[in-house]
Design a protein around this ligand. Structure first.
Ligand code: GUN
Length: 293
């Protein structure tokens, strides 16, 4: 069993980005600038956004954090999105999800200029990804592809089971794993809360990508010997022994599943750091106007 070290790979990639940014700036180019909108004080979102801002520093990007309280109106938020769309200094920006219930996430996402949509959530980017055109690919699926690539994990012709069908992870992951590419070329099955044969599907899978947000859902008896396990889960489970009061817990029962695998990602330190690094890669592409002019 080999542990997939997302933390180490992410640090390496941030270093690569920082070197490229230093060269761009030395040649008189523009330092990439990422803005993030954070609404409210959800603990998870606070941490993610703080980590994104920190990663910007490491990469040599400029970053701007824009905060609103939970009671911000949809109108206010839409007008800020418009303002960022029009600001020539901002190369890309994100609106951290989830948003309070009185705000339509879809409306916000569709208002973001797709050319600055470094989260890859806008329907134009999702659609372009689906048909294999250059676009911003959403961060978590792209981070997983990068891990598969850097560990030379074969995906062609493999049976890949994806657990979860979210717009952010499950659906894009399915499209990317089936695309004619490397990584890709897999036979993909998506299982979700209404699937009848989920356990059997998992037992037959060469690669399982668990992204349903149910701590310790994937057990040893669901995994075949030599499988590759990618754990996207990051549920905060109460743990009095931790200073924070919680333990970040994956969708895979790591201790019993790991001995059966050829490769497995830990939680934390697997997919999580790669998600942030994918956003950094998209921001660099945005700064270079590499995908859209
Ligand atoms: N919430 C959970 N993951 C993400 C992400 O990748 N981007 C944004 N904007 N919000 C999220």
């Amino acid at each position: 069993m080999e542990l997939i070290d997302g933390k180490a790979i992410s640090q390496q990639i941030k270093q690569e980005i920082a070197e490229e940014v230093a060269e761009i700036v030395a040649n008189g180019g523009k330092r990439p600038h990422l803005a993030a909108i954070l609404v409210g004080h959800d603990g998870g979102s606070e941490t993610y956004v703080a980590n994104k801002v920190k990663a910007c520093e490491v990469c040599g990007f400029k970053s701007t954090l824009i905060r609103y309280e939970d009671d911000v109106t949809e109108e206010e938020l839409l007008s800020k999105v418009q303002q960022l769309n029009e600001d020539p200094d901002i190369d890309g920006f994100i609106v951290q999800l989830p948003l309070p219930k009185h705000i339509s996430e879809q409306k916000i996402i569709e208002t973001i200029d797709y050319k600055k949509d470094v989260d890859g959530f806008h329907p134009i980017n999702v659609g372009r990804m689906a048909i294999g055109l250059p676009c911003y690919i959403s961060a978590t699926p792209n981070g997983i592809l990068e891990l598969l690539k850097r560990y030379h994990i074969e995906t062609q012709g493999k049976k890949c089971v994806i657990l979860g069908r979210s717009n952010i992870v499950g659906k894009p992951m399915a499209m990317l794993m089936m695309q004619k590419a490397c990584p890709g070329d897999a036979t993909v099955t998506v299982c979700h809360s209404r699937s009848k044969n989920l356990v059997k599907e998992c037992q037959e899978a060469d690669i399982i990508i668990a992204a349903m947000g149910q701590p310790n859902f994937v057990k040893a008896d669901m995994v075949k010997d030599g499988a590759v396990i990618i754990d996207v889960g990051t549920t905060r489970v109460p743990d009095a022994s931790k200073k924070s009061g919680f333990k970040l817990t994956g969708d895979v029962k790591f201790d019993e599943v790991a001995p059966k695998c050829s490769y497995i990602t830990p939680v934390p330190g697997g997919v999580g750091p790669m998600t942030i690094v994918s956003l950094m890669k998209n921001t660099l592409l945005a700064g270079k106007k590499a995908i859209y002019r």
